[in-house]
Write a protein that binds this ligand. Structure first.
Ligand code: HEM
Ligand SMILES: CC(C)=CCC/C(C)=C/CC/C(C)=C/COP(=O)(O)OP(=O)(O)O
Length: 305
């Protein structure tokens, strides 16, 4: 918070810097979430005007950011304990929890209403459900209670392309459900590769992440299993006929590279080599998901020429 310097205590006003509100939205993580939503809308068969579609994507982005702010409001106590998160605006004391709560709630309600007006009430209902799932089901209920927290909670991160498809078409279909499945299967290895390196943080905060509860070796086996599963799931848009050969190539080669990197995580169990393997898989997870969705979008753009 920036003290704007009025000296009498009754007149002291504290304002958080815009950068701190921005950080409440978890912008880097949400950028990829919003990109998957954009692709869900882009490949949908019926699209509205460019302005209406742009406002729909903006509403989904704001809803995602709002859920990040509400997550940080709820998790402030554990974020204060973990090295990775202790400098976030609430635990660092730069934003008051109640400010974050009203900021998050206002953006959440606003984003759902705007999406209702531009993309229809099916999409708005799905966005509201996604925010609810991340904040209430994942953050408030599962995260501190079950080792399967991120497997189930991952559904929230996988829903944005479905929300966006619904905004474009007013209905649902198999294609967005397949996109949901890709992000859903991708999330556990994405997250556990980081959790393996950060397991001390989670242990100190008392969060029952897989490496803390089941140990690193079981986590490595889970990572490898999900990486193997991601290969056919990643190829399914091509198998089902709504993606072309470029996509098949990216999903096939990228999926094999993902399995290979997960294999290295499985085999390298000690010291710096183990940590490097985890960081490499975490970094590649982001590149791979981006590449899958970007290729779908480019193929669709090429088909429209
Ligand atoms: C339950 C689901 C998920 C969990 C538990 C999770 C967890 C995390 C964590 C802990 C980080 C590190 C963030 C940080 O350094 O503060 C991270 C980074 C990231 N996540 Fe996820 N994630 C999930 C789902 C997703 C989804 C669905 C996406 C996108 C579609 C995504 C995209 C990213 C990106 C792009 C980063 C890197 C951000 C950076 O550069 O700092 N995550 N994730
Ligand atoms: C449209 C909409 C509402 C989208 C939401 C998308 C969503 C649920 C993304 C999950 C992203 C994420 C960073 C989870 C982190 O888990 P965490 O909160 O346990 O991570 P942390 O320890 O970094 O806080």
């Amino acid at each position: 918070m920036t003290d704007i310097g009025l000296s009498a205590p009754a007149l002291r006003i504290s304002l958080a810097a815009p950068a701190d509100y921005w950080a409440l939205l978890k912008p880097r993580v949400m950028s990829l979430v919003v990109f998957t939503a954009f692709v869900g809308l882009w490949i949908a068969p019926h699209r509205g005007s460019i302005v209406v579609d742009a406002v729909s994507i903006l509403a989904i982005a704001v809803g995602a950011g709002a859920s990040g702010a509400l997550n940080q409001w709820w998790d402030a106590d554990i974020d204060a304990i973990m090295t990775r998160t202790r400098n976030r605006p609430i635990p660092a004391g730069r934003i008051a929890p109640e400010e974050a709560l009203s900021f998050g709630l206002t953006l959440a309600v606003g984003s759902v209403l705007v999406l209702g007006l531009t993309g229809g009430w099916l999409a708005a209902g799905l966005l509201a459900f996604t925010i609810f799932f991340y904040v209430v089901v994942y953050s408030m209920i599962l995260k501190r209670r079950t080792v399967q927290n991120i497997v189930i909670g991952g559904a929230a991160g996988a829903l944005p392309p479905v929300v966006a498809w619904a905004a474009a078409t007013g209905s649902l279909a198999w294609a967005p459900i397949v996109l949901f499945a890709i992000v859903f299967v991708w999330t556990p290895p994405h997250f556990w590769s980081l959790a393996l390196v950060r397991s001390d943080d989670y242990a100190r905060a008392g969060v029952p992440m897989l490496p803390v509860v089941a140990g690193p070796d079981a986590t490595r086996a889970h990572i490898l299993a999900y990486a193997v599963l991601l290969l056919p799931v990643g190829l399914s848009p091509w198998i089902l006929g709504f993606a072309g050969p470029a996509y098949a190539l990216v999903a096939g080669l990228g999926g094999l590279a993902f399995v290979a990197l997960a294999g290295l995580v499985y085999r390298r169990r000690e010291g710096d080599a183990a940590r490097r393997a985890c960081r490499r898989l975490f970094g590649f997870s982001i590149v791979h998901l981006f590449a899958l969705f970007a290729t779908l979008a480019v193929e669709r753009a090429a088909a429209m020429l």
